[in-house]
Design a binder for this molecule. Structure first.
Ligand code: PEP
Ligand code: MN
Length: 366
């Protein structure tokens, strides 16, 4: 007899479970509709006041046997799941996502296209130190058919006692050298208030690893129309990296390029660990061009070439590296920069690898 009762009760429980499931999904649909309306109104999805009111109302009607605390806990889980559902949907449609835009974003830097299948090299000193230094590098870039020149004028140094960069004067030097040799200037900006000043001198605003989550800086970069090279944070996940890019793109600056520059791990034989898997992941997840900084990711000159090849083989749109006329006396990153003859050898070897696509043909035509 009791066997029969048990079976009957279980049957009722199964039915209740299904009813609960139906109700939960009905609730989720309602929440989604509300989310859509809030999105149109530009209102924040999570409303703690409203959540508190709902919980209070539920508890007021609680007749047990669950105590109020348990009821609150259970409903909070339901609320959280609904909110996660909305956030998940929003994530799926990030502006930087491939799901939003299937075709690659191609950034046009005065005729040099980034992201159209032909790899692009960005090279130059870690810091701008003098006119002579920048011009020496610029000449070599020109000879090598490399159009993008990097150089830091505002240096976010780990120690406040280290060289902090020449500031606006450094940007002026870069501009003069770029104008002389028809190059594109890529330089880091660290202060949101400097964006408009920087636009007078630079063609690409770099946002450094240490500032990847400096949200005010990202917003400022999103408000100008100069292309941005956004470097991955020292320990940033792919998701955090793409959200950082989304900050810029959602403000209207769609010309964003991503740059994997190594992440912090326990390994000491490299300065950082080059996360080569970031390249295909970013290329799959996002339509933005992807660079790999082989200098900061490795911190060593002896493995630049294989790392550059690996990056290009993994689908990178470009490579960044540091070149200095006399690395031994460089005011920053003296250990990792390469000199001009080594840069020329590097370029020769990279071109010989057949990973450079049309770039090789461009050089042959010269
Ligand atoms: C740089 O490229 O000059 C630089 C400081 O690199 P990161 O921000 O990746 O450390
Ligand atoms: Mn450097």
């Amino acid at each position: 007899m009791s066997e029969h009762v048990l079976a009957e009760l279980r049957k009722q429980l199964d039915e209740l479970n299904l009813q609960l499931l139906t109700l939960l999904n009905q609730r989720a649909k309602l929440v989604r509709e509300i989310g859509e309306i809030k999105k149109k109104q530009g209102v924040n999805k999570f409303d703690p006041e409203r959540e508190k009111d709902m919980l209070d109302r539920i508890v007021k009607h609680n007749e047990g046997p669950f105590d109020d605390h348990t009821v609150r806990y259970l409903f909070k889980q339901i609320f959280k799941a609904s909110l996660d559902l909305q956030i998940e949907e929003q994530k799926k449609t990030l502006l930087v996502s491939r799901k939003k835009q299937a075709e690659n974003t191609v950034v046009d830097l005065k005729g040099t296209l980034v992201g159209n299948g032909t790899p692009v090299i960005v090279a130059g000193p870690c810091s701008v130190e003098s006119e002579e230094q920048v011009f020496a590098v610029a000449r070599s870039l020109k000879e090598q058919g490399v159009r993008l020149m990097r150089g830091g004028a505002f240096k976010p140094r780990t120690s406040p006692y280290d060289f902090q960069g020449l500031g606006e004067e450094g940007l002026k030097i870069l501009r003069r050298a770029a104008d002389e040799y028809d190059l594109i200037v890529v330089s880091e900006i660290v202060n949101p208030g400097d964006m408009e000043m920087a636009e007078q001198y630079v063609d690409v605003i770099q946002i450094g690893a240490r500032n990847m989550q400096n949200f005010e800086l990202l917003k400022a970069a999103g408000s100008v129309r100069t292309p941005v090279l956004l470097k991955r944070g020292l320990s940033a996940t792919m998701e955090e990296f793409l959200f950082a890019a989304e900050y810029i793109v959602s403000r209207g600056n769609t010309q964003v390029m991503l740059c994997e520059r190594g992440i912090r791990t326990y390994e000491k034989w490299t300065r950082n660990t080059l996360d080569i898997s970031a390249v295909p992941i970013l290329k799959n997840e996002s339509h933005l061009p992807v660079f790999v900084d082989i200098t900061h990711s490795t911190g060593r000159r002896d493995i630049l070439l294989p790392c550059a090849k690996a990056a290009l083989a993994a689908g990178a749109d470009g490579i960044m590296l540091e070149v200095h006329p006399n690395p031994a006396v460089a005011l920053s990153d003296a250990k990792q920069q390469i000199d001009i003859p080594s840069f020329e050898t590097f370029m020769k070897d990279l071109r010989a690898s057949n990973l450079m696509g049309n770039q090789e043909r461009v050089l042959e035509r010269k």
